[in-house]
Write a protein that binds this ligand. Structure first.
Ligand code: URP
Ligand code: ZN
Ligand code: ZN
Length: 456
């Protein structure tokens, strides 16, 4: 069995930072500590930070939506992921109307198999809740799908409160977890219709027709359902202070609620929607970018450990695809890329700006997603017995984000030109070096990871 000793680095975990060497044998970590006696090949990582491979539990690769398909498929999406230090993604398999969950899951396996440069797992988005679908849930758990997304908005995906209640009841029986896209569909639908009727058709109307209270109301309703069922739940891509306050209130009542935000909601402002169409359309995602006070509240929540995940919601479209909404902002496909730059952004604008600590960065990007989504301790931690998924991070590196130097296929980056500190030096996936000094050195060696129920 091939052995590698990563020597001289500082190992980061949510509990601290310590000097530790890491011995890898085959796909696993077999020793962590100082003065390990071994005949392994030594890799000097002196001066570097060692993180457990990052987990991005919110991607949409090869996703058919809005009469088109995302620019990134599993091939380009997972290469972007690897360049960002991500060794596991959890992508959203999505049921179409009339479809069985088992068929949706098979479709996602076909999309990902032999095309993935990092390991991958699947959530299941349930969009058509029926008796025959209910009877499939057990099979989903047996096949390693233990988390389910429901949408309170979007044609063809939206579920009503009763359906969400029933899904939560069923998922709870199996020890799984339901995540929700929380936006009030009725109000937003009406505001959008009125906006177009007035002739307000440009992207700047996107945030105006999705005000913060539409997220807050939906969060409150989702958490009321969770309270009624007594089920743990996750609010995905939280974007507002008002929504966050609903989470705090629900927690005070004893609701077990976990919450995710994304770099775009921490760092970008709704003013970007005032730019000319080809620029502003790049930032159309739902929920939309928000205001300064929302970003401040989200950073403070991260500082207090009151949020649990910083994921990307990577869902990329080219400018050409976005032009479907040139005359009507409601027709712009929603989403933006993100999987490649999450770690450097969180290091540069989180850790280096004293908004979060390195330990918290490790929790938000590795350990928490691994625990919440049933990947831990195989993933999300550097300890004996875990997969040897490791990021060697240079704390002294610096760079500038450009789409041209990235691996995504949409042709732009929402953070184009932004300066970053730190950098991903090397990435190991199950003991194999897959990224080194700016290059992907091993492609398509990702495997499906069958998940267990969450560790809550
Ligand atoms: O605009 C977004 N976020 N698109 C991706 C799908 C979703 O709602 O997560
Ligand atoms: Zn969503
Ligand atoms: Zn999403």
């Amino acid at each position: 069995m091939k052995k590698i000793l990563l020597k001289g680095g500082k190992l980061v975990s949510p509990r601290g930072i310590k000097k530790a060497d890491i011995l890898i044998s085959g796909e696993k970590i077999v020793a962590v500590g100082r003065h390990i006696q071994t005949d392994a090949t030594v890799v000097n990582v002196g001066g570097k930070l060692i993180f457990p491979g990052f987990v991005d539990p919110h991607t949409h690769f090869d996703f058919e939506v809005s009469d088109t398909v995302t620019a990134d498929d599993f091939s380009s999406g997972t290469k972007s992921a690897v360049a960002g230090g991500v060794t596991t993604i959890v992508d959203f398999a999505a049921q179409k109307q009339g479809e069985m969950l088992s068929d949706a899951l098979n479709n996602w396996h076909v999309k990902a198999f032999a095309n993935s440069s990092c390991d991958y797992a699947f959530h299941m988005s349930i969009t058509d809740w029926r008796e025959d679908v209910k009877s499939e849930l057990e099979g989903m758990f047996e096949q390693g799908v233990t988390s389910f997304k429901v949408y309170m908005i979007y044609d063809g995906m939206e579920l009503n409160d009763r359906e969400i209640y029933e899904i939560m009841q069923e998922v709870k029986k199996h020890g799984g977890i339901v995540g929700c896209h929380c936006e009030n569909s009725g109000i937003i639908g009406k505001l959008r219709e009125e906006s177009i009727a007035r002739g307000d058709t440009a992207p700047e109307n996107h945030p105006k027709t999705r005000p913060d209270y539409t997220e807050a109301e939906a969060v409150r309703r989702f958490l009321t359902i969770a309270e009624a069922v007594g089920a743990p739940v996750i609010v995905v891509h939280l974007s507002t202070e008002a929504g966050y306050e609903e989470i705090l209130r629900a927690r005070q009542r004893g609701v077990k609620v976990y919450a995710e935000t994304c770099p775009q909601y921490l760092l970008l402002d709704e003013d970007l929607y005032r730019k000319p169409f080809d620029e502003s359309a790049k930032y159309i995602c739902s929920p939309p970018l928000r205001k300064m006070h929302d970003r401040k509240a989200l950073w403070q929540a991260l500082k207090n450990n009151s949020l649990n995940l910083v994921s990307t919601d990577h869902c990329s479209f080219t400018v050409d695809q976005k032009r479907a909404g040139a005359e009507d902002f409601t027709k712009i496909p929603n989403g933006m890329p993100g999987v490649e730059n999450r770690a450097v952004l969180m290091y540069s604008y989180g850790v280096k700006k004293n908004r979060i600590t390195l330990q918290q960065m490790c929790a938000y990007l590795s350990e928490n997603p691994a625990k919440l989504y049933g990947l831990y301790p195989q993933k999300g931690v550097v300890k004996v017995g875990s997969d040897a998924d490791i990021v060697v991070f240079d704390p002294h590196g610096s760079g500038r984000i450009t789409a041209a130097s990235g691996h995504g296929k949409c042709g732009y980056d929402p953070f184009e030109g932004v300066r970053t500190e730190g950098g991903i030096d090397m990435v190991y996936l199950r003991g194999k070096l897959i990224y080194n000094a700016g290059e992907i050195v091993l492609e398509n060696s990702g495997r499906y990871v069958s998940r267990k129920p969450p560790v809550l």
